[in-house]
Design a protein around this ligand. Structure first.
Ligand SMILES: [Zn+2]
Length: 531
């Protein structure tokens, strides 16, 4: 392990006292290095600046024209962009971090913090999970949401297909309170899924009030991403309003023919709420296809009723848009479309769908979003970049999200400027979760950094081969330690458990002041605006 760190670090150092890098001596001697000559996107959204970034141990100590000091290792940054490490606010690596602490598919994208526990499903108990991550750290940092469905199952067991009774909601609130004390950053929900879908709005409001007391966020895979998207947006807004909590709409999308090209209306609805003081934001992954369970396609949950299934398939533009990626009963269906499998069995797509659900269901990737909606959302300042992926994801977003935004949507299609895209990956999620000292390149900040080539960075993962690593992300540092170097993971595990700062602020109890995330305006961890 030590030799790997030394070798990879030597390759980038002009002068490095290698002894300083040996873990055994780390505590005694400061470890200092400097990135020289790079164009720095500091995370605030303001323009690139050619400045040097000097780091001692885990902290950035200066950002400016100062050169190397004696003993500094020097990282040549000429021609590269240096940004804060990416914070993935919707990441599904919770379970896999234990088995794959190097997390190459994540770190290779420049992700330095994975926020796990989205969509209503989280590790439980949160405290135990976070303790395990502290005991066996990964290459990258981790923060966790407490999952609404997870808590609901603890309280209701298998009897969850109904609204919860008041005493059950009270019990859930107690468990959530415990999770928040143990370090959860908020409450996540997955209202399009089996367990969470039976919750009434009032249940979510009561639980959100608990998370709000700790400055937590209510982050939701909303109740519908199809024809009833607008009702679902309204419910998320109402929860924010009634509970006085910050709301994050997960992977915002308009996923059926009936709502395509309505991004402007969705934006107007959400921005009207923001204007009247609801602190609501969103995130989006850069793909026009979603990945979930096959049953999600049928909003009325009548999976064996042919007219419902037929309508569901029509809503996404037909069975040729549904790719089966996981089906335990018939692995030979995997990576074929529902249309192709049905034809091979001489069945209709509707019959095939019903059979697959009977055989245990399937994971699917469904092409059902249009580019102009995706672009419109990304161009709003309150929409962040998140993967909804993670280690082992069967969707290319698991290994490609951040390089894809930088390569395809910034460089090639010019949907966003580079500094603005970086802000959506760094300070925006850091501020959302009140993660102290992360998400910006400033003196005193933690040295979670990514260095990449803006001319070449691109994703390479595909729907049929979702694990292929991207190119162009050259070096990734977590807490000042190199974890990714020139296409390879470094055997280092500096990842920390991150919890919300929860600093008392001028905004505490007053969610009505919504940060204006315009370019050049940054929000510090206590919530005050700084220009
Ligand atoms: Zn989701």
């Amino acid at each position: 392990m030590n030799s790997m760190i030394k070798t990879s670090f030597r390759s980038l150092a002009v002068v490095a006292a290698l002894a300083l890098l040996a873990p055994g001596t780390r505590a005694q001697a400061p470890r200092s290095w400097i990135i020289v000559g790079a164009d720095v996107a500091d995370g605030s959204g303001s323009g690139l600046r050619r400045v040097n970034v000097r780091v001692v141990n885990d902290r950035i100590v200066s950002v400016g024209s100062g050169g190397p000091q004696s003993g500094d290792a020097v990282v040549a940054g000429t021609g590269k962009v240096v940004a804060p490490g990416f914070i993935d606010i919707h990441n599904h690596s919770a379970d896999e971090l234990a088995n794959d602490p190097a997390a190459a598919t994540q770190v290779a994208q420049g992700i330095t913090t994975a926020v796990v526990g989205p969509d209503g499903g989280s590790p439980w108990p949160i405290g135990e999970y976070l303790t395990a991550r502290r005991t066996s750290p990964a290459a990258l940092n981790v923060a966790a949401f407490a999952g609404h469905a997870t808590i609901r199952r603890v309280v209701m067991g298998d009897d969850f297909k109904r609204p919860a009774r008041p005493e059950e909601v009270a019990r859930m609130a107690t468990l959530l309170d415990q999770a928040m004390r143990e370090g959860a950053v908020g409450l996540s929900s997955g209202l399009e899924y089996e367990v969470g879908g039976y919750a009434e709005t009032s249940e979510l409001v009561e639980l959100s009030k608990v998370a709000a007391r700790y400055g937590g966020v209510y982050m939701s895979h909303i109740r519908d991403e199809a024809d009833k998207s607008f009702e679902a947006f309204r419910e998320a807004i109402a929860i924010g309003e009634r509970a006085g909590i910050a709301v994050q709409i997960s992977h915002i999308k308009l996923g059926t023919v009936g709502v395509w090209h309505k991004a402007a209306e969705a934006i107007a609805l959400i921005e009207a709420a923001r204007t009247r003081g609801v602190d609501i934001t969103a995130d989006e992954y850069p793909y026009n296809a979603w990945s979930s369970t096959i049953t999600v396609l049928v909003p009325d949950k009548r999976y064996d009723y042919p007219p419902s299934v037929e309508r569901a398939l029509a809503d996404v533009g037909g069975a040729a848009n549904v790719l089966i990626v996981r089906h335990a009963a018939h692995p030979e269906y995997e990576f074929k479309t529902l249309d192709a499998v049905a034809k091979s069995k001489s069945m209709t797509a509707v019959e095939m769908f019903i059979q697959i659900v009977k055989d245990g269901g399937a994971g699917v990737v469904c092409t059902s979003m249009v580019d102009d909606d995706m672009r419109a959302f990304y161009q709003r300042p309150w929409v962040m970049v998140a993967s909804d992926g993670g280690i082992g994801a069967r969707h290319p977003r698991g290994a490609g999200t951040f390089p894809r935004v930088l390569g395809k949507y910034v460089r090639d299609e010019r949907w966003l400027t580079l500094p603005e895209a970086i802000r959506k990956m760094t300070s925006a999620p850091a501020d959302r979760l009140k993660l102290a000292d992360r998400g910006r390149i400033v003196a005193g900040g933690i040295a979670d950094l990514v260095m990449f080539d803006a001319k070449t960075v691109i994703d390479r993962s595909t729907f049929s081969d979702p694990g292929i690593l991207p190119t162009g992300i050259e070096k990734v540092f977590v807490g000042g330690e190199l974890v990714w170097d020139s296409g390879k993971p470094v055997d280092a595990r500096p990842g920390k458990v991150l919890m919300s700062g929860r600093a008392p602020s001028v905004r505490q109890g007053s969610y009505r002041r919504v940060p204006d995330w315009g370019p050049g305006i940054t929000i510090d961890s206590a919530g005050a605006e700084i220009r």
